[in-house]
Design a binder for this molecule. Structure first.
Ligand code: FES
Length: 188
């Protein structure tokens, strides 16, 4: 009896470890950069590394160029700015603005701050999530749209507000968001 209980425990441990290893492997595989991406990161580092407090400008430039700041670039950034990889990692993870994973062709941000909440942002958010079939920080299956929360877009007078890429929209309802999504997909 004890033998079977021990075996059961062993199998459970093995499954847990295997799951962790597969997840880890998945993360490694998804962060492999192409030589072109590496060159673009290098170009952004070179263009901004001499600015005062260069880390933030470098991170912004990389995100603007690639859509996110790949973890694989941390050592490259750290070396160029004479920082530790932990420091770069700390700043990227501290600011919600920085994305650590690739995004779709368009990024749709929904304001979740007070004024928008008071004007129905929560219902709008559920509607958008079910329309796109994704949750926050996910991308639609066609790679067109990534959904992100944001906390005040400075458009409180026209709540609820959303930002599609660089375009700000106010008083958004289900009809308006359908148009916004349609336009973004058509432009892809
Ligand atoms: S609270 Fe949504 S734009 Fe300010």
């Amino acid at each position: 009896m004890r033998f079977f209980a021990f075996n059961k425990l062993l199998i459970r441990y093995m499954i847990t470890w295997l799951t962790l290893i597969i997840k880890r492997l998945g993360n490694v595989l998804t962060t492999v950069l192409t030589s072109q991406e590496k060159a673009r990161i290098d170009a952004q580092i070179q263009a901004h590394q001499h600015m005062p407090g260069a880390l933030l400008p470098v991170l912004h430039a990389i995100q603007n160029d690639l859509g996110y700041v790949p973890e694989e670039a941390y050592p490259q950034i750290a070396h160029a700015l004479a920082l530790s990889v932990a420091e770069v990692h700390g700043v990227v993870t501290f600011y919600h603005h920085f994305r650590r994973h690739p995004v779709g062709k368009h990024v749709l941000q929904i304001c979740r701050a007070e004024s928008c909440q008071a004007m129905g942002a929560e219902q709008l958010e559920s509607h958008i999530k079910s329309t796109l079939g994704i949750d926050y920080h996910q991308t639609t299956a066609d790679g067109a749209i990534t959904l992100e929360p944001v906390y005040c877009l400075g458009n409180c007078a026209c709540s609820p507000a959303v930002l599609m890429d660089e375009e700000l929209y106010g008083r958004v309802d289900s009809q308006k968001i359908a148009e916004i999504i349609h336009e973004a997909r058509a432009a892809s």
